[in-house]
Design a protein around this ligand. Sequence first.
Ligand code: ZN
Length: 458
Amino acid sequence: MPGRVVRFLLVCAASLGVCTPSLWAQRTQLKAPWNMYSPQTDVQLGKQNADVMEKRLPLCNDPRVDAYLTKLGLRLVSKLPTRGVQYPWEFHCINDKSINAFALPGGYVFINRGAIEVADNEAQLAAVMAHELSHVALRHGTAQASKAQLAQGAAGIFGGLFGGSTGGDLLTEGVALGAGGLLLRYSRGAETQADVMGTQVLYDTGYDPRAMSQFFENLEAETKGKNPPQFLSDHPNPDHRVERVDEEIDKLRGPAANAKRDSAEFEAIKREVLALPVVKKIAPLSAPSGGGTPPPPPSSHFSEYQGNSFTVKYPDNWGESEGDGGASFAPTGGVVQGSNGDGALAYGMIVSVNSAQVDSNDTDALAKATQQLIRALQKSNPNLRVTQQSAPVKLNGQPGFSTYLSNDSPAGGQETDWLITVMHANGVLSFLCVAPQTAYSDYDKTFSAILDTVRLSK
Ligand SMILES: [Zn+2]
């Protein structure tokens, strides 16, 4: 193949006498991996997860730093091949000293202060950012989700977010948090693509592309004698990473003579970042694989969630994700990777609005709707069993039913599911509290406290 290109170029040179230098550059042509989602889904998913991240991650909250990152980011975006898709680019600085950066689908880019602090110059920071932007342009997050969805079959990893509101989707509705993990779990192949495209973007923006390999060399130096930088767990090292980047630089015919390396502005921003107060580190959002570390105990301080049909308060160290008129609330590590690679809620609460085939004048309407919901849940969870029959309770002063169930826990072993149902204009509103059986007693009080805060809209 390279032979053919060279022959073509020689013919071109001989017959025309002129060939623009760019024709000689045999840069690697990158093809985005197979993806079953539309770019609009990238934006929608990215936005949903970015909202959660912005609430959970300690942001630098320094307008000068954010403005600088945005300016640098957009300069790189101007040379990023997005195949005509316009993404809503956002750049955030996270007050976290660990060296990391990540980009959600749709262009929501988060850069740890640690990545700014370890960069020797502007070109190296631009290199990390160009790598992240390439993941967005090549749509690696949803490509990864597409593969997982194919493996999982029709149920749909994002079923709860984009599918119908049938009870069957109820247990997978907490996927936004899990999807956050999935969307950022890149393969080594995706890493190489992001390195190569990032190098091209650096070059095209006028930066010294060698900054890409220098940044990775810095990472390797950081790795010695310590825990590997977090960047490498989100962006696993492909083989010969530095060599592959250098190869691309050769294909680009080396750095331009006047290639940009640093700026006074970068040095000023780096000093500003170094002087930011250090905040307590929050555990990363990505879900551990099945049977991982249990989540930290629920906080006794509560955040408020306002949905269309209800409001609720939940522990402020939990995350929330919205979908289909409902929402789910889970601690870090509460959404674990199921056997098929899908995100499944092991700890937390799922609130759903479910349509019910009942006559609202029927005095047994709630009992019947609850039974319908349980049967629908059993369709997608064959081992789901009622362990304590439905009993009347009050939720925000309204008549409801309390039912206890057991099911296989995605964290291993059995889980306890406490289901509270109340009639609602659009059907039946359900609150499903989930924890592994062995840990349930630690969550019982928290679930009750959460349910006490529920306010149903009229
Ligand atoms: Zn990466």
